[in-house]
Write a protein that binds this ligand. Structure first.
Ligand SMILES: NC(=O)c1ccc[n+]([C@@H]2O[C@H](COP(=O)([O-])OP(=O)(O)OC[C@H]3O[C@@H](n4cnc5c(N)ncnc54)[C@H](OP(=O)(O)O)[C@@H]3O)[C@@H](O)[C@H]2O)c1
Length: 256
């Protein structure tokens, strides 16, 4: 079957990435879904389950386990998507994690790991995908960022995460200008505190999640589907003239 578009989503095994895959899945769509599979491979079935659900909705789906902490894996993933589908139209750089704590509490290695998985993998993905995105009728890049870049809600800081996400956000803005003449849009979605699936990676205790929901003006955490809806808009044909934007999906958290 000829596919209308090919979308690469990193971190697709749970939460926002999985919700985005489920939202995009339909006949004519091809999805290339990646995740790390957990630190010990135990989360590979979670990615397979998302892929099965997307296939059941009519999409063509390929999965790839790749640890983006390993230099070179982002390029490998893009090559694998191109080998499988022969084209690539849309990249959603979503894989990531958060590290909560003060500067002194944050282990030194988490600064480098955050930069590698969040910022560097985004850079490498986009660099590898650029020729294919340029050839696509509507090239799209979405960078999944976070409220932590410019907020310390309730005094809870995420310095390693903020630095890495902030670097990716700055890169996304400058690439939006560079890529606009090529017909590629580059946008950022910044979730507020967002519900985790049971197999997601949580940086907070249940008490801290309850406090986060209470702190959010909307009175609840974002759902992964709330964030996926905005990602889907940035990926859509309707967003042809929208680039370099950062849309917060945070129930008003950024306004207080
Ligand atoms: N949840 C929130 O409150 C929140 C708030 C703001 C921003 N965000 C951002 O939104 C994005 C998705 O968050 P989420 O809460 O939906 O996450 P999640 O459910 O914990 O899932 C994270 C995904 O990223 C993948 N991943 C983690 N480290 C990786 C690595 N080294 N290499 C490759 N893949 C890796 C995970 O793979 P495996 O599970 O297979 O290991 C998983 O698929 C992240 O970038 C996060 O920083 C989340």
């Amino acid at each position: 079957m000829t596919v209308a578009r090919v979308t690469l989503i990193t971190g697709a095994s749970s939460g926002i990435g999985a919700a985005t895959a489920r939202r995009l899945a339909s006949r004519g769509e091809a999805l290339f879904l990646t995740a790390r599979g957990g630190v010990d491979g135990t989360k590979i079935p979670a990615l397979d389950a998302v892929a099965d659900a997307a296939r059941a909705a009519g999409a063509e789906v390929e999965t790839r386990i790749a640890d983006l902490a390993t230099p070179g894996q982002a390029e490998t993933v893009v090559r694998a998507a191109l080998d499988r589908f022969g084209r690539l139209d849309r990249v959603v750089s979503n894989a990531g994690f958060a590290v909560s704590g003060t500067l002194r509490e944050t282990p030194e290695e988490m600064f480098d790991l955050s930069l590698q998985v969040i910022y560097r993998a985004f850079l490498d993905l986009v660099r590898a995908a650029e020729p294919a995105l340029t050839a696509a009728p509507r090239g799209r890049v979405v960078n999944v960022s976070s409220f932590v870049v410019d907020q310390v809600p309730g005094g809870r800081a995420f310095p390693a995460t903020a630095a890495a996400k902030g670097a990716a956000d700055a890169l996304a803005r400058t690439l939006a200008v560079e890529f606009a003449p090529k017909g590629i849009t580059v946008n950022t979605v910044a979730p507020g505190f967002t519900e985790k699936e049971s197999h997601g990676h949580s940086a907070l205790s249940q008490t801290a999640w309850d406090a986060a929901a209470a702190l959010t003006p909307a009175g609840r955490l974002a759902k992964p589907q709330d964030v996926a809806a905005v990602i889907a808009f940035f990926l859509s044909d309707e967003a042809d003239h929208v680039t370099g934007q950062n849309m917060r999906v945070d129930g008003g958290l950024s306004l207080i």
